[in-house]
Write a protein that binds this ligand. Structure first.
Ligand SMILES: NC(=O)c1ccc[n+]([C@@H]2O[C@H](COP(=O)([O-])OP(=O)(O)OC[C@H]3O[C@@H](n4cnc5c(N)ncnc54)[C@H](OP(=O)(O)O)[C@@H]3O)[C@@H](O)[C@H]2O)c1
Length: 243
């Protein structure tokens, strides 16, 4: 069976590292992006220069129509999806609940939660028609501790944790496995907007005295997608350097 992976939000950070690693390990990959067109195409170029197969597809994970079109494009250009990584995510910016707007809350949940539900719906339709498949949702340790002025983001990731468990049970009989990886603090652009004092406080709280690297999360994602993890489903695995 051809291994075809869709990685949402793969223009940079954890998604880009995952797309490159999966391509190196034999997957044809769809590098989804929303706004970072040049970065997504650079990821595809790096993969193809390395003899891998990849396409870049623009789709806003907050929009159902975009997601449906992305899956159709992948059907046509790479074949039916066998692996899905729901990585696209936004923290919506720091802020207290008393100041949150409906628009901001909606945008965070539309991308992080609704987007993941809809991609799973589209993937499972296709995976059921074949020999199954594997899905990894990228959640966050913030789901457990509530986030620091990021309750909206943390709550969206808590929804993904519960969804992962319920959906995994629902599709287990179809040879479809669903797991989540739960990063702690990973060195990506997600932290670039944070004030220096927040970064300093974060660094202080890290037992390994360093942030994780995107490729360290990608390795776990690859393992969960692989046959080596054939009895893993419904798991939410922290990647935190012991934080
Ligand atoms: N970094 C951390 O410390 C950390 C910790 C825990 C969990 N996570 C989770 O890990 C995942 C990846 O985060 P990262 O740190 O790699 O972040 P990042 O560097 O900020 O990258 C975010 C990615 O998500 C994409 N994205 C955002 N909104 C999108 C939308 N509406 N539609 C499609 N793509 C969208 C971005 O695409 P464009 O640039 O093309 O818009 C980008 O590729 C997220 O789910 C995040 O919540 C990260």
């Amino acid at each position: 069976m051809n291994k075809v992976a869709i990685i949402t939000g793969a223009s940079r950070g954890i998604g880009a590292a995952t797309a490159k690693l999966l391509a190196e390990r034999g997957f044809a990959v769809c590098v989804n992006y929303h706004t970072s067109k040049d970065q997504a195409h650079a990821v595809v170029e790096a993969i193809t220069q390395n003899q891998g197969k990849a396409i870049a597809v623009k789709a806003d994970m907050a929009h159902e129509d975009d997601i449906i079109k992305l899956f159709e494009q992948v059907d046509d250009e790479l074949g039916s999806v066998t692996a899905l990584v729901n990585n696209a995510g936004t923290n919506g910016g720091m802020g207290e609940v008393e100041n949150i707007t409906h628009e901001r809350l909606h945008s965070v949940f539309a991308t992080n939660v609704f987007g993941a539900f809809i991609t799973c719906r589209e993937a499972v339709k296709r995976m059921k028609g074949h020999q199954g498949g594997s899905i990894v949702n990228v959640t966050s340790e913030a789901a457990k501790f509530g986030g620091n002025k990021l309750a909206h983001y943390a709550a969206s990731k808590a929804a993904i944790n519960t969804f992962t468990i319920g959906f995994a049970r629902e599709v287990a009989a179809y040879n479809i496995r669903v797991n989540a990886v739960s990063p702690g603090v990973i060195d990506t652009e997600m932290h670039h907007a944070s004030p220096p004092e927040r970064i300093a406080a974060l660094m202080n709280s890290l037992p390994m005295k360093r942030m994780g690297q995107a490729h360290e999360v990608a390795e776990l994602i690859h393992w969960l997608l692989s046959d080596a993890a054939s009895y893993m489903s419904g798991a939410i695995i922290p990647v935190t350097g012991s934080r």
